[in-house]
Design a protein around this ligand. Sequence first.
Ligand code: TRP
Length: 331
Amino acid sequence: METVVSGIRSTGRLHLGNYFGAVRNFVKMQHEHRCFFFIADYHSLTTHPAPSDLHAGVRQIMIEYLACGLDPEAATLYIQSDLPETAELYLFLNMNAYMGELERCTSFKEKIRSQPDNINGGLLTYPVLMAADILIHHATKVPVGKDQEQHLEMTRTFGTRFNRIYKVQYFPEPYAFNFGTELVKVPGLDGSGKMGKSEGEGNAIFLGEDPELIRKKVMRAVTDSGPVQPGQPRPEAIQNLFSLMHLVSSPDTIAHFDGQYNACTIKYGEMKKQLAEDMISFTEPFRTKIKELSSDGDYIRKVILLGAEKARSSASKTIKEVREIIGFRKF
Ligand code: TRP
């Protein structure tokens, strides 16, 4: 059994891409490992210093993860800002994080380009905060994608540097948790490679999406109705529709449209109508659960309190030990 930590971005809603990517795997992992999943609301301030409603955003994300099956008893589900121990570890790690390595980080360089008017210290030290999130629980596995690999490498650097400077074997080295073949690629509806990748409304189907809106979005999906050449690879937009069908439709349905495609008799309007209905059925339980949880403030409060409590029992031990290792002592 490994200790697993993962941070969840605190804005936006979950779409099918998120579900078939990380979320479904979190649900499985929570019964096999010691898992900590938290909503990264501290981190969100690096890009949104004064969010219009931080609280509502965090609450919504918590509800959607619960609706997907994250179990507050099995895993530790908490809000980053409920664990100020993380901020204290961040402070200690910052003392031994060097300007050069922070400036060289790819995500920082990207942020310099994307928000030139707000190149703040939090952005520069984003990887240090992320390292604190991970090291505070002594995690060895972090389920993240390729885009976070460099941050993970920096986490190992900060952890081993701490060990070296204070002459201890304290922090373990965390590595990416590889889902291997279980990661499915979920294309967007606007012909873009990945659901959620582009900001455009209409690219993603959210788990809590209204059925009427699902129909509208799917019917507007890009299709290429040019002549079909038997034996040729399918145009990307068409392949995308089939890929989406593979996630939500029955094998019979897929075989039916596959056959029509190969016989050059396919009508994309019909295919999309079917896809929309299958997406509506697939998302139905999520939609219902999200609604149910949204009106159960008592339960949400309980979940968040329990998460904070469980996270704290792990983190407070780390902070106490780190203070002793560095040399802070009670007078
Ligand atoms: N940087 C991660 C992202 O953008 C979020 C994150 C913050 C995280 N802290 C973490 C992920 C700790 C894993 C572990 O998706």
